[in-house]
Design a protein around this ligand. Sequence first.
Ligand code: AHR
Length: 310
Amino acid sequence: LALTLGPVLSVHAADAPLVLGFSQVGAESEWRTANTASIKDAAKQAGITLKFADAQQKQENQVKAIRSFIAQKVDVIAFSPVVESGWDTVLREAKNAKIPVILTDRAVNVTDPSLYVTFIGSDFVEEGRKAGRWVLDWAKKTVPQGEVNIVELQGTVGSAPAIDRKKGFEEIIKADPRIKIVRSQSGDFTRAKGKEVMEAFLKAKDKKIHLLYAHNDDMAIGAIQAIEEAGLKPVKDIAIVSIDGVRGAFEAMVAGKLNVTIECNPLLGPQLMQLAKDVKAGKTLPKRITTEEGVFTADVAAQELPKRKY
Ligand code: AHR
C-alpha cells in the first residue's frame, strides 16, 4: 500500500491548486468593494483557492487572520494592511513558517523589508501631488487674490493612503502661500463619517471654506450631502477634489457636484494572482510594483463614465 500511495500523493501535491490567504481591510468604500470583487474573480479565473477574511478596518482582526492562515499552512499570504505600523511580529511568524507574504494596495512600515516579498499598489504620495497640482492651478484661476482656505477629510488614521495623500498634497500647495489647510480630520474613508465631519466643518463658520480635499471619493460624496443640507452648492460655493475615480465620483461630476477625481486603481486581482503563482514557483519578484493612474475632471466625466470598470 505504501508503495502505491507514495507516488499518487506526490502527483496530487504538485497538481493541487495554490492556496492564497487574503486579509482585506474591510468594506469601507466603493473602491474597496471593487478591489474585493477583483480579487475574488481573479482567484476563480486563475484556479487559485482563496481564503478570504474581512478585517472590518481593525488591525487586530488582520493579525488574527494572518495567524490563522499560518496555522492552515496556506501557500501564500496576501494582505492590504489597514495601518502602516505594528506588523513586525506577525510577519516574522509568517517568515519563520516559510510562507511568503505579498502586500497589496497599502504599505507597511517594518524594520526588516525581507518580511514581505513584494508590494503591489498605487503611489499614494503621487496621488496627493496630483490633487495638489490641480488645486494650485484652480486657485490661480478662481481665487486670484486673498487667502484660499481648504478643509481636508483624511482617510483612516495611520493608514498609508491617509499619510501619503496628505504628504504629497502639502508638498505641492506650499508653492502658493495663500493656500492653507484650515481644518483637517479623519472621515475613516466612509461616506457616513465624511458627511459627519463635513457637517462639523461647516458649523464652525469662522472661516470661509473655498475647497474640500477628500482623501477618497466616498468621503467627498458624504460631504456633498452635508454641503447641500447646509444650503450651499458643491463646486459653486465649495470646490471639491477627491481620490479614487469610482463610478460614484463620475456620477457626481456629471451632476455638477464634484470638480475632479484622481484615479486610484482597485483592480489588482489579476496581477496579484500572477504574483502568487510566481512566488510559489520560486521566481524573483520586484520589491515594488506601482499601478498606472490618471486624473479626471468634470468636463470629461460624461464621456468617461460608460468606460469605467468600477
Ligand atoms: O487604500 C486605498 C484606499 O482605501 C482608497 O482610496 C479608499 O477608498 C479605500 O478605502
